[in-house]
Design a protein around this ligand. Structure first.
Ligand code: ABN
Length: 179
């Protein structure tokens, strides 16, 4: 019986010591120290924030987007001598008339600088004919545009004049060569 009590005593003492070493004051101070030093040093470590930075830039309110590269904007580089409604806003594209319309048989041209390669291109502006005015994205740029006596570079008339239907809908901008 005495032997059993001694064994139980020893086991209990060992367990109590183990618990005390894990939860004692010293171990608490050690853990607190680790947490404080870790908390202070971690933010100083270098790590890659570039992905986050680019994301923030894209979502940055008021960030300047280059309109000269956006075909839905009047400032798009190909529109330097454009007069009409952008077909990109009317169900067509830069080069395709919207369904139900057809390209004008005659057109005017402009010479526009492409900011991406620094070269000038000859652009044919073809009105799309056969439906009433699209009414969206009206743009009027007049770089190198000339009055009616230089008809091929005059943009202020309805170029659907030679088509079966002379109703004007919108205008496309087709590159026809390097100037
Ligand atoms: N070339 C575009 C256009 C169409 C009708 C009237 C003025 C200009």
């Amino acid at each position: 019986m005495q032997w059993l009590l001694n064994t139980l005593d020893r086991l209990t003492e060992r367990r109590v010591r183990a618990v005390a070493s894990q939860h004692g004051r010293r171990s608490f101070v050690t853990r607190l120290g680790t947490a404080l030093v870790g908390g202070a040093i971690l933010p100083m470590l270098p790590f890659d924030r570039s992905g986050q930075f680019m994301g923030a830039q894209a979502a940055e309110p008021g960030k300047k987007i280059d309109k000269t590269l956006d075909p839905t904007q009047c400032e798009y580089w190909r529109y330097c001598a454009f007069d009409g409604y952008l077909c990109t806003c009317c169900g067509g594209s830069l080069t395709q008339c919207p369904p139900g319309t057809e390209a004008s048989k005659v057109s005017w041209v402009g010479t526009c600088l492409n900011p991406q390669d620094g070269r000038h291109y000859l652009v044919s502006y073809n009105d799309c004919c056969g439906k009433g005015s699209c009414g969206e994205c009206l743009c009027n740029n007049n770089e190198r545009e000339r009055p009616g006596y230089r008809l091929g570079v005059h943009n202020d008339i309805n170029w659907c004049m030679a088509n079966t239907s002379s109703m004007f809908h919108c205008t496309t901008s087709i590159i026809v060569g390097v100037a």
